[in-house]
Write a protein that binds this ligand. Structure first.
Ligand code: PEP
Ligand code: MG
Length: 756
């Protein structure tokens, strides 16, 4: 359809619906008239509305075109049939040949067998699917994007009617599964470890849009302009008042956020929606719905973050437009709160009194999301991807959040509550003990020293070197600060950052890893490629070798930051010795350049490679002739060895880091490095798990790099260990044909009183 035609038809449809909404009919009658209008205006033979009822079912509430007798009779489970699928996914569906779609389920009582095409969209209010509105046609009709948009806007109007509770009671609209007093255990993904017990507080932006159709678009544009200005003012306030002492990356995250708020593309789309005849608030909501629908299935974590940020900002903008800013962010008095949200942005989290926030549970959420980064900086445990958390956890419920294992206990029994209270106390006491023991060296009972370094990326990680008495920083992931910045930092900015890292380490060694970008770690200011297998794509050293200027600048900044002190640099994802050679040549060139131009140079220099790709392990001897040190990145090495995506929840327990195959490989590496006289450390996540770390020490590793909070537990393990016995045991245990020696190792630790 031509734009102008669409535009006029759309206004006509909206104004007819507005008249019905303003009329005196009861809600069901209004629904009946609305399906009639939609069918007429959209030239469809059928229009039906299904609403969600308790028990996770969708009930046919109104129809034009299907049999009247099916109303309140036809029911589909969420996920059942095309209508159920639209509700389950929260996304529109438009099919010219609906009957041959694999999800199609025929309900003969409706008489729908003669309709071939179907277009349906979810009715969503406050992030929850309340129902589905669908049109059907007898002929095979291709519905256009414009038509989907029109139906989505109509669904917005319907959402308000449904959310008012006049059609289906509010109690049913917020279904809880099971009886409220039953304890529940929910699973998710740990986004920040830690343990918390508290009272659930639901985070739902309380936004009700009453006016959808504008009387005067000029006024709506002006309202939008004013609300945007106000929103910027309030974001500036948050930045100014909550920042001191939180660290640079934390600030960068919020700066990025403020920048998104000024995104002209987003604001222009809202403006365009106002031009179609919507009020400012309806326009903001419409654009938010569109973004949400379009990016619903995007798996790229960085892109998803942007979508979350935009959603958060849409909510803030709506609150400014409706004059309700700040209303929904009160925590109940006198309780430790655990916040439950579909998702949220960093600024929204900071709107709460973070001192009283003990934990965060998200239905969505990802490790790299800004809200997770901020929560980590504030030391708030977070569990993400907890399915239907908002409908299964009620406000006021007691909740235990076990960030370590990614589980949530809702309304726990007295027994579990006590166990966790004890656990929490033990954990607090343990952490305090780890801090107190920071000066005790990690030496086994038979006198073998194991170096324990930390893995760091944010500046907030660095005080932990001193706090937990680590031996240094074994892996400084330079891409982390890059990811939080809006622009590529120049050489001077990088120099300042690296110099601060060295300052924090206070003379202890730091291993800087050059940028490991690409793959899923895309920088906001860096070109991105659509790749089928990004983890095996254009990332890390591969990017650096194709764009040497970036690597050279980074090396220059490192050389300058380490003037007169020791510099250790390593390259990630090397797959071939030639790549290492090339990168090392760039390093030497930078060194010569600095010597010529300015000096002073670092006191000592060591250039190493990460061992993360099996092909490089097969070239280890030639690598050892050229590298000053090796760091084994078991996260990637295991991923490529087992061809098993490290980020996939389904793969997580399929291959064990304690498999004899993997341990044999790791043992071979450490032996060959030692024979060549090249130092080797291991910096994957497994080094932070006491049992895994025990196995690593048992096969010869003496230098581990681990997450900061794991230093205490791993040190305790080392100090309780008699290495001689373990080494003999490991030789024997690795001969097994079983896929893992984990159980055997647990028994060994128990029998020998090793703290794991
Ligand atoms: C690894 O792959 O083990 C590693 C330490 O690097 P990253 O986790 O940053 O990929
Ligand atoms: Mg890696």
């Amino acid at each position: 359809m031509h734009y102008r035609q669409t535009f006029l038809a759309f206004r006509h449809l909206l104004s007819r619906i507005r008249d019905v909404m303003a009329g005196a009919d009861d809600p069901e009658a209004r629904l009946g008239r609305i399906v009639g209008i939609i069918a007429e205006e959209m030239a469809a033979e059928v229009c039906s509305i299904y609403l969600r009822r308790a028990g996770e079912v969708l009930e046919l509430f109104a129809t034009r075109g299907l049999r009247e007798s099916a109303v309140h009779y036809t029911r589909l489970r969420i996920g059942e049939g095309l209508i159920g699928e639209i509700a389950a996914s929260g996304r529109p569906l438009a099919l010219a040949d609906a009957q041959h779609h694999p999800s199609f389920v025929l309900r003969p009582e409706t008489g729908e067998e003669i309709y071939q095409s179907l277009m349906g969209v979810p009715i969503i209010a406050r992030g929850r699917v309340l129902g589905v509105v669908a049109v059907q046609n007898q002929e095979r009709r291709q519905y256009s994007d414009d038509e989907i948009e029109v139906l989505q806007t109509v669904a917005m109007v319907l959402a308000e009617l449904v959310a008012s509770g006049e059609l289906v009671s509010r109690a049913e609209l917020t279904p809880t599964e099971g009886i409220a007093v039953t304890p529940l255990r929910l699973e998710g993904v740990s986004l920040n470890a830690g343990l918390a017990i508290g009272t659930a507080v639901q985070h739902r932006p309380r936004i009700t849009i009453r006016r959808i159709v504008a009387d005067d678009t000029g006024i709506e544009h002006e309202r939008l302009r004013r609300a945007v200005t106000e929103m910027h003012g309030s974001l500036d306030d948050i930045l100014e008042h909550t920042m001191p002492g939180r660290g640079d990356e934390y600030r960068d995250v919020l700066e990025t956020y403020r920048m998104i708020a000024a995104d002209v593309g987003w604001l222009r789309r809202i403006g365009d929606a106002i031009d179609t005849g919507l009020t400012a608030e309806a326009a903001v909501q419409k654009v938010a719905n569109e973004i949400r629908a379009r990016f619903h299935q995007v798996s790229d974590p960085i892109l998803r973050e942007r979508v979350y940020d935009l959603e958060d900002l849409s909510n803030r903008l709506l609150q400014h437009l409706l004059g309700s800013i700040g209303e929904s962010h009160e925590l109940p008095e006198g309780v430790d709160a655990i916040l439950v949200a579909r998702n949220m942005g960093p600024a929204e989290l900071l709107d709460y009194d973070v001192g009283r926030l003990k934990g965060l549970i998200l239905e969505e959420g990802s490790f790299n999301a800004h809200v997770s980064i901020v929560a980590r900086a504030l030391d708030i445990p977070v569990i993400g991807q907890v399915r239907r958390a908002l409908s299964r956890i009620e406000a006021g419920d007691t909740v235990i959040l076990d960030g370590q294992h990614g589980q949530v206990f809702v309304r726990p029994s007295e027994h579990i509550r006590e166990a966790f209270a004890t656990n929490l106390e033990i954990r607090n006491r343990k952490q305090a003990a780890y801090v107190a023991e920071r000066d005790a060296p990690a030496v086994t009972r038979d006198g073998v020293r194991v170096m324990l370094n930390i893995n760091a990326g944010l500046l907030v990680d660095l005080p932990h070197v001193a706090e937990f008495g680590a031996d240094g920083v074994g892996l400084y992931r330079t891409e982390v600060p890059f990811m939080a910045r809006t622009e590529l930092p120049d050489v001077e900015n990088q120099r300042v950052l690296y110099a601060r890292v060295l300052d924090y380490a206070a003379g202890k060694p730091v291993v800087f890893r050059t940028l490991d970008i690409g793959g899923d770690k895309v920088l906001p200011h860096w070109e991105r490629l659509a790749e089928e297998n990004p983890a095996m794509g254009w990332r890390a050293i591969r990017v650096a070798l194709d764009r040497p200027a970036l690597l050279r600048q980074q090396l220059r900044a490192m050389i300058r930051a380490a003037a007169l002190t020791d510099l250790k640099v390593m390259f990630p994802m090397v797959a071939d010795v030639e790549e290492f050679r090339f990168a090392r040549r760039l390093f030497d060139q930078e060194l010569q350049r600095e010597a010529r131009l300015r000096g002073p140079l670092p006191r000592t220099l060591r250039v190493g490679a990460m061992l993360e790709v099996p092909a490089l392990v097969l070239q280890l001897d030639s690598l050892l002739a050229e590298a000053d040190f090796i760091s084994v990145g078991t996260n990637d090495l295991a991923q490529f060895l087992f061809a098993s995506d490290r980020g996939s929840a389904r793969m997580a327990s399929r291959y064990d880091s304690l498999s004899p195959v993997f341990l044999d490989l790791l043992s071979d590496i450490v032996r060959r490095c030692r024979n060549a006289g090249v130092s080797v450390s291991l910096c994957g996540e497994m080094a932070g798990r006491p049992l895994d770390a025990m196995a690593l020490v048992g096969i010869g590793y003496r230098d581990l790099s681990l997450p900061p909070f794991a230093v205490g537990p791993v040190r305790a393990m080392v100090r309780s260990l008699a290495l001689g016995q373990l080494e003999a045991f490991m030789q024997e245990a690795r001969l097994t044909r079983e896929p893992t020696i984990r159980t055997k190792l647990v028994a060994f630790a128990r029998d020998h009183a090793i703290t794991i």
